[in-house]
Design a protein around this ligand. Structure first.
Ligand SMILES: Nc1ncnc2c1ncn2[C@@H]1O[C@H](COP(=O)(O)OP(=O)(O)OP(=O)(O)O)[C@@H](O)[C@H]1O
Length: 271
C-alpha cells in the first residue's frame, strides 16, 4: 500500500511560491508547480539553475543556512523547512541522489544493511527486490562493503531500497549522471519498474539530459537561474519549446542525437 493520503484529488506534491536564499542571494525564486499521483515529471535546467536545491527543499535536506519561504505540501501536509524526521509518515519522500553512497553505511556489509532496512522481508523477497533492479547476483556480494561495489551497483541498491519505501513521491536527482551508458539504461529501467510497480507513485526526475528525461517522463518543467520558465507535456516541449532556454536545450539534444546517429552509422550499427 502506498502512503497516499491525498484528499479531494489534491496533487501528491504542491509547491507554491517557493523561494530559497543562500549566502544573501535568491537561488530559487517564486517556484510554483504541482505533481499528481502517478505522474512522472522531469525538472530540467542548466548547471546551477537550482534543480538540486529544489529537490533538497522538497526532501527536507536544504543546506544549513538556507532561508526558505513559500509552501511545499506533500500529500496535503505542509513540509517547507521541515527535515525528514519531523514529517509525518505520509508526507515523507523517497529519494535517490547522484551519489547515493552516502545513504549506505560504509562500515557494514551489504547483507547486514539489507536485513536492517527490511527486517520483515524473507530472503526470497530481498532477492526479488534486487532482481527488479538488475542486481540478482548480489547474493554473492552480501558479505561485501559498499566501497566494494561499482558506482552503478551502489546506485541500483539505493534505488531498490527507495522502492521499498511506501512514500507516494520519489525524487531522483541526477541518478544516472555518473554512470556509463549501459548502467544508465539499467538504472532508468529500474526507475520505470519502480513506477509501474506502484502506478499511484509520483516521480520528480531531475536531470540536465533531456534525452534521458524523455525516456521516462510525460511532463517537463524547465528552470533557468532559479526560476521556472516552462511547464509542458514532454512531447510538446520536444516539438514546440516556447521559452528561448527550452529551445536551446531541445536544439542541443537534437544535435547530440544526430552526432550519435552519425557515429552509429559509421560503425554500421542501427539506432
Ligand atoms: N550550499 C550552498 N551554498 C551556497 N550556494 C549554493 C549552495 N548549494 C548550491 N548553491 C548555489 O545555488 C545555485 C543552484 O545550485 P543547484 O545545486 O541547485 O544547481 P543545479 O541546477 O542542481 O546544478 P547541477 O546540474 O550542476 O547539479 C548555484 O548557483 C549554486 O552555486
Amino acid at each position: 500500500m502506498t502512503l497516499d493520503k491525498t484528499q479531494n484529488n489534491e496533487p501528491v506534491l504542491v509547491v507554491e511560491g517557493l523561494t530559497l536564499r543562500l549566502a544573501g542571494e535568491n537561488r530559487i525564486s517564486g517556484l510554483t508547480f504541482s505533481i499528481n499521483a502517478g505522474e512522472r515529471v522531469c525538472l530540467l535546467g542548466a548547471s546551477g539553475s537550482g534543480k538540486s536545491l529544489t529537490a533538497r527543499a522538497i526532501t527536507g535536506t536544504a543546506p544549513a543556512g538556507a532561508d526558505l519561504s513559500g509552501s511545499i505540501r506533500v500529500n496535503g501536509a505542509e513540509v517547507c523547512g521541515k527535515p525528514p524526521v519531523s514529517r509525518c509518515a505520509y508526507s515523507r519522500v523517497a529519494t535517490v541522489f547522484q551519489d547515493s553512497s552516502a545513504a549506505l553505511n560504509p562500515l557494514m556489509t551489504l547483507g547486514k544493511q539489507l536485513r536492517l532496512a527490511l527486517p520483515a522481508a524473507s530472503a526470497d523477497e530481498i532477492h526479488a527486490m534486487l532482481d527488479a533492479v538488475g542486481l540478482g547476483d548480489i547474493a554473492r556480494l552480501s558479505s561485501r562493503y559498499p566501497a566494494e561495489l561499482s558506482g552503478g551497483q551502489r546506485q541500483r541498491l539505493c534505488l531498490a531500497l527507495a522502492m521499498q519505501s511506501r512514500a507516494a513521491l520519489l525524487v531522483a536527482d541526477e541518478p544516472t549522471t555518473a554512470l556509463d551508458v549501459l548502467t544508465q539504461h539499467q538504472v532508468l529501467q529500474a526507475i520505470r519498474t519502480a513506477c509501474f510497480a506502484r502506478p499511484s507513485r509520483a516521480l520528480l526526475f531531475i536531470t540536465h539530459d533531456i534525452a534521458v528525461a524523455a525516456q521516462l517522463c510525460e511532463r517537463a518543467l524547465v528552470m533557468e537561474n532559479g526560476v521556472l520558465v516552462e511547464s509542458a507535456a514532454m512531447s510538446q516541449l520536444l516539438s514546440r519549446p516556447q521559452h528561448p532556454y527550452s529551445r536551446q536545450l531541445v536544439h542541443a539534444a537534437r544535435q547530440a542525437a544526430m552526432l550519435h546517429q552519425n557515429a552509429a552509422s559509421l560503425c554500421g550499427v542501427a539506432v
